[in-house]
Design a protein around this ligand. Structure first.
Ligand code: HEM
Length: 450
């Protein structure tokens, strides 16, 4: 068999970095059009990386029995100043897997299902603050809801001074990532210079320090007043032990709380803002999902989460504009042949979720929002994979879909909303995420709940 040559982008590194920050989708689409389904880039963290998106290549690489890939935490060093050096995301090999096992249980199974009613109540409370006819930004509403879910459900911090303080600090901190300037500071390590309290990186570090102090105080209080029968995820993390009976240290708990907060707040909030946009942009989608929800005749969160059309809406939302464009980088630990292309051992690989989700052969008219795709066809985990794959696959994916469906169902069943702008909403980078530009302007038309 002849070995095919993988091409390298010819544009200078700095141009690739700027384009990938300012216009990431155009950059990816143009690169795929000009260089094919496998190409080398150097826009990510100063590394030469191979962008992969063909389902066959993903299957070859991610299939656990093949053992072609490692998911080194050292490739995620850019997250260290953000999340701390004990964050799951920057751990390597065995330690990474051990930590995952400690953190994972509360996000699956019964523990998670117990939180369903709390998520619906938080949603009702947040939307109650809106007045009839009032214009609001959907992303702000969903951020308010998902932040409260994280603080109450994951951290177990209920109302009070610390709740308000953390909510404000974290909102300001995360908002810093919204502008391209601050996104550049996060994405390009050489810009991370503390030039005083007013410099972009200086503001960032000082806020992180204040958040750290609040989280540490909460962890210490929690350790001192052991309260049995607490089911929030922080209590479970504090108590969790590995097979040798070892628990996490305070700084490990703190860094991983911050990791869960970063990974699990804006991601879901962004997905919900997109879903609200698509549902209200297409009247037939709105009518169909409302009919499905109203026909259910129960408010049981578990039954709501099993609804097929609501599920398809969430899947199509995460397909059309995946909230995260790439997985974390991987590295090949032995050479591999991908459809005739030879990839040597030691190659950094950047699997691209967006390019897979935009394949015409899998998703005809990929730019159209059509939840029916997911009713009519079952996609493999190499064709539809908004949560990544392999050893670093999103730890909160079950929780994320559960929360997303419950928040959407509660809003749709109790409130009639409308889009305030006729023009299509376009995607824009928000830190590491792909979010709706402007956050989706909507208004509250009627209160339809009982
Ligand atoms: C719509 C919502 C979400 C999306 C689209 C999403 C997507 C992703 C993706 C693409 C990755 C990288 C996977 C890889 O490299 O293969 C990831 C990792 C991760 N996600 Fe999520 N995520 C979401 C929500 C959440 C939630 C709710 C949590 C927890 C509260 C969470 C926790 C994490 C963690 C801890 C990792 C790192 C895993 C590791 O390093 O082993 N995510 N997520």
């Amino acid at each position: 068999m002849t070995i095919k040559q993988i091409e390298t982008l010819k544009t200078p590194k700095i141009i690739q970095q700027i384009e990938s920050i300012i216009k990431p989708l155009e950059f990816l689409e143009r690169s795929a059009k000009n260089y094919g389904e496998l190409f080398f880039t150097s826009f990510f963290a100063n590394l030469e990386t191979l962008v992969v998106s063909h389902p066959q290549d993903l299957q070859e690489l991610f299939n656990p029995t093949n053992k072609f890939l490692d998911a080194p935490g050292t490739a995620n060093e850019i997250f260290k100043p953000l999340l701390g050096e004990n964050s799951l995301i920057v751990q390597n090999g065995e330690h990474h897997q051990k930590l995952r096992k400690l953190i994972m249980p509360p996000f699956h199974g019964e523990q998670m299902l117990n939180h369903g009613q709390q998520i619906c109540d938080i949603t009702r409370q947040a939307i109650r603050c809106l007045k009839l006819g009032e214009t609001f930004i959907a992303r702000h509403l969903s951020e308010d809801i998902t932040m409260t879910v994280i603080l109450k459900v994951v951290f177990g911090i209920n109302d009070g001074l610390r709740f308000e303080k953390l909510k404000n600090l974290i909102t300001t901190w995360l908002d810093l990532t919204s502008s391209p300037l601050h996104a550049s500071v996060l994405l390009l390590p050489y810009l991370q210079k503390d030039l005083g309290a007013w410099s972009p990186w200086g503001i960032f570090l000082r806020l992180r320090q204040q958040i750290d102090e609040e989280l540490m105080a909460e962890i210490l209080e929690r350790r001192q007043q052991v309260q049995p029968l607490r089911f929030d995820i922080l209590s479970l993390l504090i108590e969790a032990e590995d097979e040798n009976g070892e628990a996490m240290s305070d700084v490990e708990v703190r860094d991983n709380l911050l990791t869960l907060l970063n990974a699990g707040h804006e991601t879901i909030a962004t997905a919900i803002a997109w879903a609200l946009y698509w549902i209200h942009q297409q009247p037939e989608v709105y009518e169909k999902v409302l009919y499905e929800l109203q026909s259910l005749n129960t408010s049981d969160p578990i039954k709501i989460a099993q609804l097929p059309y609501l599920t398809a809406i969430c899947q199509e939302t995460l397909r059309i504009y995946p909230v995260i464009l790439f997985t974390f980088p991987r590295i090949t630990i032995r050479s591999v042949n991908l459809r005739g292309y030879h990839v040597t051992s030691g190659t950094y690989v950047l699997p691209c979720i967006y390019l897979t989700h935009r394949r015409e052969d899998l998703y005809p008219q990929p730019e159209k929002f059509q939840p029916e795709r997911f009713i009519n066809r079952k996609y493999s985990s190499y064709e539809f994979w908004p949560f990544g794959g392999g050893s670093r696959q999103c730890l909160g994916q079950v929780f994320a879909l559960f929360e997303m469906k419950l928040i959407l169902a509660t809003i749709l069943l109790n409130y009639q909303l409308k889009l305030e702008e006729k023009k299509p909403v376009t995607p824009a980078r928000r830190g590491f995420l792909l979010a709706p530009q402007g956050g989706v302007k909507m208004s509250l038309v009627a209160n339809t709940g009982c």
